[in-house]
Design a protein around this ligand. Structure first.
Ligand code: NAD
Length: 431
C-alpha cells in the first residue's frame, strides 16, 4: 500500500517506519524542515529504542522517505494518516488546529479516492469535523477513519509491532477492509482488530488513558495513607495487584504521571464531557491528586531539611519515564522549579534527556556528566525517574560523593535495609 503519514513525531515516525517494515511504501511528512533534514541525514529527532534501526533499514530499502511537501505526498498515497500533535489548549481542551489544518491541506491536494486516518488523540466527534472540513474543499470521494494509537513512549516500536489490540473506527466497509489489511501483519499472534463506529473509537483512547491515570493517582493516595498509618505500600501493592480482577500493572506509587499524553488527555476528557453538560468527577480528582503528587519530593525534603536555601540537591532522572528523552510535564520539572524557587542549587543527571534539559533550564541548573558527579557535595538526592542504570549503583561511591547521605526515592527502587546498611537516611513513597 502507498501511505502518507503527516506529522513525524513519536507517533508518526514510529508508525511510518513500522508500516514500511511490513512492505508498504511510506512517505513521512512534517512541516518542521529541520526535523526532516535531520532524519534524512540518518539522525533520529527523538530517542526511542529500536527506532533508528527500523528507519535506516527501510530508508535503505527505499520503502521510507521524508518530505516537507504535503501535497505531493498526499497525491502519491491511497491511505493518509494524520499524526500531528493535539496539545492542551488554555481551557484544557485538545487543540485541534493542527489536525483540522492538515485535513484541509489534504483535501486541497486530493486527486482521487483516499482513506484519511486520524491517528492523533482527538475528542469524540472529531472524525465528523474532519469529514466536514474535507468535504468543503474537494469533490473527490474519501473515507475518514479513526485509529487511535496506544503505543507507549520508551517501548513504542515494540508496542507498534505487537499491539494488545488495534482499534478502528470506520463508517464504511471499504475503509475498514483497507485498515484490516494494513494491520494484519501486526496481529498475527492473535491481537484483535476491533472495528467500530468513529465516536466509540475516539472515546476508547481517552477512556484507556483516564483509567490508567486513575490507577496511578489511586495508588499514590494509598501510598499517602500508608505513611499516615505506618503501612508499607509495597506490601499493599503486591497483595492488591495479585487479584486477577485488578492485575499488577500501573500500581506503583511515585511522583505523579507526566508526559505528553496522560496529563493533557485527562484534562481533555474532563473538558469535552463538560461541554456536553457532564461532570466527570472521578477524572477531575485524578488530575488534582496528580498535581499534588508532583510536589511530594520537594515537600518531603522541606520537612526533613527545613529551608532549602543554599542547599545542593542532586536529581537523578529528568525524563517523565525511563527509556525516553521526553520531559513534557515531567515530575522532575516541577521538583526542580520548586527547588530553585526555594533557593536550592540543583545538580542533575539523566541518561538521555540532558539535551532536552539544557534547552529547558539553560544554566539555571548544573547538568552533571555522570550520575555520581551529580552527587558531589549534595545535601540530598532525589531519584525521580527509574532508569535501569540507577537500580544497582555503587552505594559506597554515592555515599562518598554526597555531603549528607540523604536519599529521597520517588520510585521506591531501593531497599530500605540496603540503604541503611550503606549508611543512608532513606525516604521512599508510602513506606
Ligand atoms: P509530536 O509533537 O512528537 O509530533 C507531532 C509532529 O507533527 C511534529 O513533528 C510537528 O512538527 C508535526 N506537525 C504539526 N503540524 C503539522 C502540519 N500542519 N504539517 C505537518 N506536520 C505537522 O507528537 P506525538 O507525541 O507524536 O503525538 C501525536 C498525536 O498522537 C497526539 O495527538 C498524541 O496525543 C497522540 N499520541 C501520542 C503518543 C505518545 O506516546 N507520544 C501515544 C499515543 C497517541
Amino acid at each position: 500500500m502507498k501511505l502518507a503519514v503527516i506529522g513525524t513525531g513519536y507517533v508518526g515516525l514510529v508508525a511510518g517506519a513500522c508500516f514500511a517494515e511490513t512492505g508498504n511504501d511510506v512517505v513521512c511528512v512534517d512541516k518542521d524542515e529541520a526535523k526532516i533534514r535531520l532524519i534524512r541525514k540518518g539522525k533520529m529527532p527523538i530517542f526511542e529504542p529500536g527506532l533508528e534501526e527500523v528507519v535506516k533499514r527501510n530508508v535503505a530499502g527505499k520503502r521510507l522517505t521524508f518530505t516537507t511537501q504535503l501535497p505531493k505526498a498526499v497525491r502519491s498515497a491511497s491511505v493518509i494518516m494524520i499524526a500531528v500533535g493535539t496539545p492542551q489548549g488554555e481551557d484544557g481542551s485538545a487543540d485541534l488546529q493542527h489536525v483540522l489544518g492538515v485535513a484541509r491541506e489534504i483535501a486541497m491536494a486530493m486527486n482521487g479516492y483516499k482513506v484519511i486516518v486520524d491517528k492523533s488523540t482527538v475528542p469524540v466527534g472529531t472524525a465528523n469535523r474532519v469529514r466536514e472540513v474535507i468535504r468543503r474543499e474537494t469533490t473527490y470521494p474519501f473515507s475518514v477513519v479513526s485509529n487511535p494509537e496506544f503505543l507507549k513512549q520508551g517501548g513504542a516500536v515494540a508496542d507498534f509491532f505487537k499491539p494488545d489490540r488495534v482499534v478502528i473506527g470506520a463508517e464504511d466497509e471499504k475503509a475498514a477492509e483497507v485498515m484490516r489489511n494494513l494491520y494484519s501483519p501486526f496481529t498475527r499472534t492473535g491481537a484483535p482488530i476491533m472495528v467500530m463506529d468513529c465516536a466509540s473509537a475516539e472515546l476508547c483512547k481517552y477512556a484507556a488513558n483516564a483509567l490508567l491515570a486513575t490507577k496511578i493517582s489511586f495508588m499514590n493516595e494509598i501510598a499517602n495513607i500508608c505513611e499516615l498509618f505506618g503501612a508499607d505500600v509495597d506490601q499493599v501493592r503486591r497483595a492488591v495487584g495479585s487479584d486477577r480482577r485488578i492485575g499488577p500493572s500501573f500500581l506503583f506509587p511515585g511522583t505523579g504521571y507526566g508526559g505528553s499524553c496522560f496529563p493533557k488527555d485527562v484534562k481533555a476528557i474532563v473538558k469535552f464531557t463538560a461541554d456536553k453538560g457532564y461532570d466527570f468527577r472521578i477524572v477531575k480528582a485524578v488530575d488534582a491528586v496528580n498535581q499534588l503528587q508532583k510536589s511530594i519530593l520537594a515537600s518531603k525534603m522541606e520537612k526533613h531539611l527545613g529551608s532549602l536555601k543554599g542547599k545542593t540537591i542532586a536529581v537523578w532522572g529528568l525524563s517523565f519515564k525511563p527509556r525516553t528523552d521526553d520531559m513534557r510535564e515531567a515530575p522532575a520539572v516541577v521538583l526542580i522549579e520548586r527547588l530553585l524557587a526555594a533557593g536550592a542549587r540543583v545538580q542533575a543527571f539523566d541518561p538521555e534527556a540532558m539535551p532536552v534539559a539544557k534547552r529547558l533550564f539553560g544554566n539555571r541548573i548544573v547538568l552533571a556528566p555522570t550520575s555520581y558527579k551529580a552527587l558531589e557535595g549534595a545535601d540530598a538526592m532525589a531519584l525521580v525517574t527509574e532508569w535501569n542504570e540507577f537500580r544497582e549503583p555503587d552505594f559506597a561511591k554515592m555515599r562518598k560523593a554526597m555531603k549528607t547521605p540523604l536519599i529521597f526515592d520517588g520510585r521506591n527502587i531501593y531497599s530500605r535495609d540496603v540503604m541503611r546498611t550503606h549508611g543512608f537516611q532513606y525516604f521512599g513513597i508510602g513506606r
